[in-house]
Design a binder for this molecule. Structure first.
Ligand SMILES: Cc1cc2nc3c(=O)[nH]c(=O)nc-3n(C[C@H](O)[C@H](O)[C@H](O)COP(=O)(O)OP(=O)(O)OC[C@H]3O[C@@H](n4cnc5c(N)ncnc54)[C@H](O)[C@@H]3O)c2cc1C
Length: 380
């Protein structure tokens, strides 16, 4: 009998492996990853400077430890190049072919990159895994000057974190408000003002035109014509699900790898979860959805078909300068934002006059999270 193979050892891959082993201790299990297989919590990557944590501090367990506790084989620094769904095989970059009984894709998402003109473009970093974090930390001088590109959730978290770590931070973003799509303007204003009070500078409605490097100093030219001096640029303009491997194998792919509520892809015995997956039309790149999927998929792989359900899942944004919790309304939800303001404390409710469809809470208003979450509809 060939093995259950999980591609990826991020939170999705490892959580699934753990859940699977609770139900099935005997089936051969293999995990494959392009990185070193360290078990770490990715959300910690944007609090590492505040907490003074190196990449080694964030690596909770090694691949060897994980292999032993999961009774699994873990292939590290190994890329899967192709899937043959008819033959039930995958091809590794070493040329080796492995057979699977069930294959799970937990391939994550990759940073979106935009081309930047100038000889400084190799000073653009992104931090999407432990090894990126290691390189970024090693490249950033003490009290360094960082230009963050992007004012989404991750850009804002890094702005707060790097500032807490003693660095100078400028945020450049095309959008006119922080975290558009996630929170209404009043909440964005509260977060922005608090970050400005911490010393973060914002250049919104602008893009980077060029980056030139002279010795160790970068000159970042903005579309407004202004220039910023920096040691490096951190790009946080978004992540796109890793779908290429699935698409190449002929699996149905939209924004993410399409799966039904049983986490089945369009091809038999191939499943997907985590940042790479689009579950019944939803690609949610957060921890709570992947945990729900991992528990359900473990049952499916063990012969008890179960559909995943997403309850309301508010997201806590790690901007301690202005605590923020958000449960954005579904794109199909009808309604308007009703905003209550008390300085940096914002309580914004998205309602249709009768039912609550989303909320954004900042500062002391975050204490309403539990009570409001109970009133939200399920996502799936
Ligand atoms: C800085 C940051 C902060 C965040 N903070 C929060 C937060 O506070 N709350 C929250 O809910 N979410 C947060 N998120 C999102 C959350 O961390 C992710 O949703 C989650 O970690 C995704 O896990 P994953 O296993 O799907 O993907 P990943 O962790 O990216 O794992 C992908 C795996 O696939 C492997 N892989 C890829 N291609 C191949 C291949 N061809 N062959 C073999 N292996 C391959 C990789 O090596 C890796 O092991 C944050 C994300 C970031 C970047």
């Amino acid at each position: 009998m060939s093995a259950v193979i999980i591609l990826g050892t991020g939170l999705a891959g490892y959580t699934l492996a753990r859940e699977f082993r609770k139900l099935n201790q005997t089936t051969e299990l293999k995990l494959i990853t392009t990185d070193d297989g360290s078990n770490y919590s990715k959300p910690m990557l944007s609090t590492g400077f505040t907490k003074g944590k190196s990449a080694d501090d964030l690596a909770m367990q090694s691949a060897e430890y994980m292999a032993e506790t999961l009774n699994a084989q873990i292939l590290t620094h190994c890329k899967v190049n192709a899937i043959d769904s008819d033959a039930h095989t995958i091809e590794l970059d070493s040329g080796e072919t492995l057979e699977y009984s069930k294959l799970v894709l937990s391939l994550g998402a990759e940073p979106i990159r935009i081309p930047v003109e100038g000889n400084g473009s190799d000073k653009v970093f992104s931090v999407n895994d432990l090894s990126d974090y290691r390189i970024f930390r090693e490249s950033l001088p003490e009290k360094g000057r960082v230009v963050i590109l992007g004012a989404g959730l991750i850009g804002c978290e890094f702005a707060n974190d790097l500032r807490n770590g003693g660095h100078s931070v400028s945020v450049v973003a095309l959008c006119e408000q922080l975290m558009p799509g996630l929170i209404p303007e009043a909440a964005a204003q509260a977060v922005q003002s608090s970050l400005v009070d911490e010393g973060v500078e914002f250049y919104l409605g602008q893009s980077i035109q060029s980056m030139t490097q002279e010795q160790d100093e970068l000159t970042v030219k903005l579309s407004s014509g202004e220039t910023l001096k920096a040691d490096l640029v951190l790009s946080a303009i978004g992540l796109k699900p890793r779908t290429a491997l699935a698409a190449q194998a002929g699996l149905a792919v939209n924004k993410g790898i399409q799966v039904n509520p049983l986490l089945e892809t369009s091809h038999q015995d191939i499943y997907a979860l985590g940042d790479c997956a689009e579950v019944s039309g939803l690609n949610l790149q957060y921890v709570m959805p992947l945990m729900a999927c991992a528990r359900v998929l473990a049952k499916n792989l063990s012969g008890s078909p179960t559909a995943v359900k997403y309850g309301p899942m508010p997201v806590t944004v790690k901007t301690p300068a202005c605590p923020l919790v958000t449960a954005p309304p579904a794109t199909s939800a009808q309604g308007t934002w009703q905003v209550e303001l008390d300085g940096p404390n914002v309580r914004a409710l998205f309602t249709d006059g009768k039912d609550l469809h989303g909320f954004a809470l900042t500062g002391s208003m975050t204490s309403d999270k539990v009570q409001l979450t109970r009133r939200l509809p399920s996502l799936l």
